[in-house]
Design a protein around this ligand. Sequence first.
Ligand code: ZN
Length: 283
Amino acid sequence: MSTAKRLFLLQFGAERVPKALSLAGGPPELYWEPLTGALVETSAGWVLLDTGMSRAAHEDAEATAAYELAGRDAPNLDHEWRLAPRPPDAAGWNWILDGDPVATALAEHGLAPEDLHLAAVSHLHIDHSGGIPTLARAGVPVAIQRRELAFARSGAVGVAEGFFEPDWTEPGTVWRELDGDAELAPGVHAVATPGHTPGHMSFRVDLEDSGSWLFTADATDLAQNFLDHVPCGSWAGGTDEDAAAASSSLDRLVSLAAGGVRLVPGHDQVIANTARHPRGGHR
Ligand SMILES: [Zn+2]
C-alpha cells in the first residue's frame, strides 16, 4: 500500500448552524462548527482536501441571510463560543481566517496556492467550495465528483440552499471529475459517500506511522453521528433516495472505521482541536 508522507489538519473558520442540520432528527439549537480541511504531503506533491468558505461568500448578504434563516428558531441565539480558536468577531454569524482564508491557511504551513499538486472538494456547499477560485487562478486542478458538479450546474439549488455559484464558475478551473472511489495521489483516496449532496465524497489518507485517517466531511459532521449512528440532517437533492443514500454512506463509513481508522468528522471542533497540530505534521 502506498502511503502519504505527512498530514496537517486545517481550520478555515467556523459557522453557526442548527444542530439538526448535522444530526438527523437533532435539536434546533445553534452549534458552532469548524470549517475544516486537510493538507497532505505525498510523493506527487501537496494535496489539499476541502477549501473552507471564501471571503466573498462570507460577506455576501444573501448567503448570510440563508444562515440566519436556518437558525431563526434556535432557542440559543445568544450562546457563547466556548472553545479555541476563538472567533475574531463573536458577534458575527460565522467567522473565517483573515485575508483569503485558503491562502492564509496554506501560508501557516509555508505554502502558497501555486505549491499545490491537487485540491479536492468533498461537495459544493458554500463552507467547502470557497477556495476553488483562488486555486483555479493558481492553476491547481480540483477533484470533484462528476455528479456533484452536474447537480450544482443544474440550477436546482442556489445560495438559499448553500450553493455559492462564484465558487464553481471561475473561468479556467481545471476540474478533475470523478465517478465514485478513486486514488487522488499516493496514499490519498476519494471515498464516495453521497446523500448529504448527490456527489458528496469523503477522503481516506494512509500514513506510514499513524495508519489510515478518514475525513468524512458532511456525511457525518459530528462525532455524535457515529456514537448515535445517525446520518447527516439534510440532503440537498431532497428525495427519499438521497435520505437513503445518506444512511448507506454512514453505514459505509462505520464499516471502514471498524479497522481502527482515525475518524475526523467534517464539523466537530473538539475532534479538530484534539487532532491538530503535532510539530511537523502527522506521519
Ligand atoms: Zn459543511
